[in-house]
Design a protein around this ligand. Structure first.
Ligand SMILES: Cc1ncc(C[n+]2csc(CCOP(=O)(O)OP(=O)(O)O)c2C)c(N)n1
Length: 550
C-alpha cells in the first residue's frame, strides 16, 4: 500500500493544509507515516531527541507566532514523555496540536497501552481522535481548529489499526469555520467604567497574556495616553508596552523598586487579560487596597477569581480599551514629565547593587546586564524556571510581548530550552536567548544536540550555572536544613555542548562574554552555549515571594 492511500496520509495532509509550516516531534512506528504525509503537504519537520523537547518546541513556536504549534509523537511512552510540556501548554493556554499514535482498542495486552484520553485530559489538554476512514479528514481539521479556537493543546489520537486503512473520504466535508468575532463590551459596563475613570487621579493599566493574545497592546497604550495611566504587565506579558515612556515593566516580584512604589500608589487599576494573582500583585503588596479595580477578560471564571473587582467586563481587551477611550474625557491622570523622567532613570538596569563577582564567578546581575548590551535589541528571550529566573526577566529587554516566552504556568524546570528552540525556529531572523539554570540545562540536555544538528545559529543558550538547585538551596539553607544533596560538583557544560556540536564557552567574567561578539560576527550556523559560572551565594529577593505561594 502506498502511503497516500492511508488514513494516516489523509490526516497528515489535512493538518498540513490548515497552513502548518513547521512541526516538531520524535518519530516511532505509530507516527512515522502521518509525519511523512505532513511533510509532503508542505510542513518542515524538526526532529527532537526527546518528546519533552519536541512539545516545548511546539509550545515556544506557537507563543511567538500566534499560530498552532504542531507536535508528532509515538503512542504510549512517546505521549507520556510529552506530559510535563503538555501541562505547561495547557496551563498557559497555548494552541498546540499533538498527533499521537494510539494502541488499537482491541490490543488489550499491548505493552504500549495506557488510557491516553484520560491522561491528557487530566492535565487540561483536549483529547480528540481519528474515528475511522470516513471521518479522518474531518477529525484532523476539527482537532487543529479546536486548538486554535479554544487556545488549548489538543491531542489527536491516531489508533494504529485505523491509520493504515484506505480512507473513505480524503478531504474535510466542511471548510474550516471562520474565526468568530471577538466579544465586544456591553455599553452599560463601559459607561460605568468611564465613571470610575473620570474620578481616578492615578490610573494604572495592568495587562496580562490575554491582552497579548488579543493583540491589544497598541489599543491599551492609546487608552493609557487618553486617561493618563501608567502601564505595567504581568510576567508572561512582559514586553507588551516596550518603549512606552509610561511603561513600568513587570508588575509583581520582578517589579523594580520604582515600579512597585508607583503601582502601589494608583487609585484605579484597569486589568486586561491578567488574572491578578499573587505573582502579579506581589501577594497584594502592589495593589492599593483603597483603589478601585476594573477587570476585563474573555473568560468569565477569570473575573474576580483572585481579587475583588468593582466592575467586571466579559469582553475582548482591545475592543474594550477602544470603547473606554471613546467614552473617557482626556486627562493627564498619573502622567507628568517628571514621572516619565523617573521611569527612565529608575529601571532595573540603573538600580545600584553590590557586584558580587569574584575570580571564579560572575554576579548574575552583571552577567545579565552585559548580555543585554551585547545583543542586538531586536531579539527573543525564553526562560526556564528556577532561582535565576528573575535575572533575565529584569535585565534582558525584549522589543515586544511576542518576543518573550515565559513557560512558567506549571513552574516546571527544564522547559525553557525547548521553548527557546521553537521560538528560534519560528524567527530565524532574530537572536533567541534561552535563559536557563544548570538544573534546567541538564533536564533538557539532549536537545543541545538537536539545536546543533538543526543549525540554530540564532540561538544563544545562557546557562546561569550555580552548580546547584539554587531555588532549593536559598529556600532551605536559612532554615537550617541540609542542602548538600541539591549542590552538585562543578560540571563542564561548555564541553558537553561542544561534544554535541555547538559552539560553547565558560564565562567567569565580563571579558569572557566577548565570545558573543565573535559569534554574532561569524554567523557560523552553530548555536552558542554559555556556561556562566554565577556566584552561588547571591539570593534573589523575589524567591521568597515564590515560595510563599506553596
Ligand atoms: C520538573 C521539576 N522538578 C523539580 C522542580 C523543583 N525545583 C524548582 S526550582 C529547582 C532548581 C532548578 O535549578 P536550576 O535550573 O539550576 O536553577 P537555579 O534554581 O539553580 O537558579 C527545582 C529542582 C520543578 N519545579 N520542576
Amino acid at each position: 500500500m502506498r502511503e497516500s492511500d492511508s488514513v494516516a496520509d489523509v490526516v497528515g495532509q489535512t493538518v498540513a493544509s490548515q497552513g502548518v509550516q513547521d512541526a516538531f516531534g520524535v518519530l516511532g512506528s505509530g507516527n512515522l507515516v502521518v509525519t511523512n504525509a505532513l511533510c509532503s503537504g508542505g510542513a518542515r519537520f524538526h526532529h527532537a531527541r526527546h518528546e519533552g523537547g519536541a512539545i516545548c518546541m511546539a509550545d515556544g513556536y506557537a507563543r511567538v507566532t500566534g499560530r498552532v504549534g504542531v507536535c508528532s509523537v509515538h503512542q504510549g511512552p512517546g505521549l507520556t514523555n510529552t506530559m510535563t510540556g503538555l501541562t505547561e501548554a495547557a496551563k498557559s493556554r497555548t494552541p498546540v496540536l499533538v498527533l499521537a499514535g494510539e494502541t488499537p482498542a482491541p490490543a488489550l495486552t499491548s505493552n504500549f497501552r495506557i488510557d491516553q484520553h484520560d491522561l491528557v485530559e487530566s492535565v487540561g489538554a483536549i483529547a480528540d481522535r481519528v474515528f475511522g476512514p470516513k471521518t479522518a479528514a474531518d477529525d484532523a481539521q476539527r482537532a487543529y481548529q479546536r486548538a486554535q479556537l479554544e487556545r488549548r493543546p489538543v491531542v489527536l489520537m491516531l489508533p494504529i489499526d485505523i491509520q493504515p486503512q484506505p480512507p473513505a473520504q480524503t478531504e474535510p466535508t466542511q471548510p474550516p469555520p471562520p474565526q468568530p468575532a471577538p466579544p465586544a463590551p456591553p455599553d452599560a459596563a463601559i459607561a460605568q467604567a468611564a465613571e470610575l475613570i473620570a474620578r481616578a487621579e492615578r490610573p494604572a493599566i495592568i495587562a496580562g497574556r490575554g491582552a497579548v493574545l488579543a493583540d491589544a497592546g497598541a489599543e491599551l497604550e492609546r487608552l493609557g495616553e487618553t486617561i493618563g495611566a501608567v502601564l505595567a504587565t504581568s510576567a508572561p506579558a512582559n514586553g507588551l508596552f516596550a518603549g512606552n515612556p509610561f511603561a513600568l515593566g513587570i508588575s509583581g516580584g520582578f517589579a523594580s523598586p520604582f515600579a512597585a512604589e508607583t503601582l502601589a500608589g494608583a487609585d484605579l487599576y484597569l486589568v486586561f487579560g491578567a488574572s491578578i494573582n499573587h505573582w502579579t500583585t506581589k501577594h497584594g503588596a502592589l495593589i492599593n487596597p483603597d483603589a478601585r479595580l476594573i477587570q476585563v477578560d474573555v473568560e468569565a471564571r477569570a473575573i474576580g477569581r483572585n481579587r475583588r473587582v468593582d466592575i467586571g467586563i466579559l469582553a475582548d481587551a482591545g475592543l474594550t480599551a477602544a470603547a473606554l477611550r471613546a467614552a473617557a474625557q482626556p486627562r493627564p491622570g498619573f502622567r507628568t514629565e517628571e514621572l516619565s523622567r523617573q521611569i527612565a532613570a529608575r529601571r532595573w538596569h540603573t538600580e545600584p547593587y553590590a557586584d558580587a563577582s569574584n575570580d571564579d564567578h560572575i554576579d548574575p546581575r552583571t552577567l545579565s546586564i552585559a548580555v543585554n548590551q551585547a545583543l542586538p535589541s531586536n531579539r527573543q528571550v525564553a526562560v526556564d524556571s528556577g532561582h535565576f529566573l528573575g535575572y533575565p526577566s529584569m535585565f534582558l529587554d525584549v522589543p515586544s510581548a511576542r518576543a518573550w516566552v515565559f513557560p512558567n504556568g506549571f513552574q516546571a524546570v527544564g522547559l525553557g530550552l525547548g521553548n527557546a528552540m521553537g521560538a528560534a525556529i519560528a524567527r530565524p531572523d532574530v537572536i533567541t536567548v534561552a535563559a536557563i539554570g544548570d538544573g534546567g540545562a541538564f533536564m533538557a540536555l539532549a536537545e543541545i544536540e538537536t539545536a546543533a544538528r538543526l543549525k540554530l545559529g540564532n540561538l544563544l543558550v545562557l546557562i546561569y550555572d550555580d552548580a546547584a538547585y539554587g531555588a532549593e538551596v536559598h529556600h532551605f539553607a536559612p532554615m537550617g536544613h541540609d542542602v548538600s544533596r541539591v549542590k552538585f560538583p562543578d560540571a563542564d557544560l561548555a564541553q558537553l555542548a561542544i561534544a554535541a556540536g555547538a559552539r560553547a564557552a565558560t564565562v567567569r567574567n565580563s571579558e569572557d562574554l566577548r565570545v558573543i561578539d565573535q559569534w554574532l560576527t561569524e554567523q557560523s550556523g552553530h548555536p552558542l552555549v554559555l556556561d556562566a559560572k554565577v556566584n552561588p551565594t547571591i539570593c534573589a529577593e523575589w524567591l521568597e515571594e515564590a515560595f510563599r505561594a506553596g
